[in-house]
Design a protein around this ligand. Sequence first.
Ligand SMILES: [Zn+2]
Length: 401
Amino acid sequence: MPYKWPGDTDFAFWELDVLDRDCPACGRMMHICDHRYRRLHTLEGPVQLVCKLNHCPDRDCPGHAKTKSPEQEASIAPPSWAIGWDVFCWIGHRRCSRHMSIPLIQSELLDDYGIKLSDDAIAKYIQRYQVMLAARQQDPEALRRQYESVDEIVLSIDGLQPEKGHETLYVVRELTQKRVWFAEALISATNDEVQRLIAKAKEWATSLNKTVSLWISDKQDAFVTGIAAEFPGVPHRYCDNHFLRDLAKPVLEADSHAKVQMRSKVRGLRKVEQAVLKHQNAEASTSLAGDDPTATMIVIVGPATPPSPPADSASAVVLDYCAAVRGILNDDQGGPLHPPGLRMAEALKEVRQSIQRNLDVKKGVSKRSSSAVWPTASTGDWSRSRPSKSQFENMSRISRR
Ligand SMILES: [Zn+2]
């Protein structure tokens, strides 16, 4: 990666000597034969390295033709990189641990450290970081150190789909140390292929000399047979999450049905909004339709639109109610412990209570039960609603309280 340095770059000079100067071939003290200069970015600023190269003074020694570089150079930066290890680790950590985008990494490097790198260069460094990380992740020595104090291990296997349409990634994790052991994308997850992964996990456990006390999975057939074959006698338990999800399936089906029913009942939002906007547009008009029997409908769902400026807040309230109800109807969040339909029913109840509170304020103590209000409101003929002027005035007073 050739790097173009601006002419006015202020470099710090770091001079590096060969520390062990004995000729590796004959043991004679080596001489400095040349200097190599290189420039690189560090988090402390731009650096110019001056590397003193050594060789054996004896022309007949094999150590004469071969120069030796200062040992420390490789600990500052890999050969021919424009950045030091510190910048490299900074980039890799931002990407892999904090999931920052390349443009964001690029701008932070420039803003915080004055390091200007192209997005291509950053992408290449990230790729190298990932290769190193993967190698490190499976390094047997590092793994052995991590498991030194562990007596028994618990393994889990699961298939993940990283992106739609991509092959499933099978991941084997060890749960006591919360560590991913390995992951493989299986194009066809046959029982044999899955068992191969489980056998690989067995090899790892054997090489660590650890007893596997438990396996956890969603218990799909390939896992059940594979684990039984490779780990006879080792218990195989359901993953809590999957277990709950499977158990909740009938509940979620009923919940989904309830949602459909609620959605079919709570309708007419668009018409309410259109009526509101129409009134807003009819600013000049002061003689609106008189008391229309359907006018109460719109009041029930929310205060209606006044054309005059003091009452603007009332139409905003109606639109806010509509937006809130639409949000509730479109919300699909919630897991088995808090199903979406239940959330929807709770939220709609809150809206109904809120509207009822408005009505109570307007009419004094309401003579209706709140449950009677909602069905009326949701089935009303919104398009014909034309609240009278007196109603506007009432609503605007209420909404300003
Ligand atoms: Zn020599």
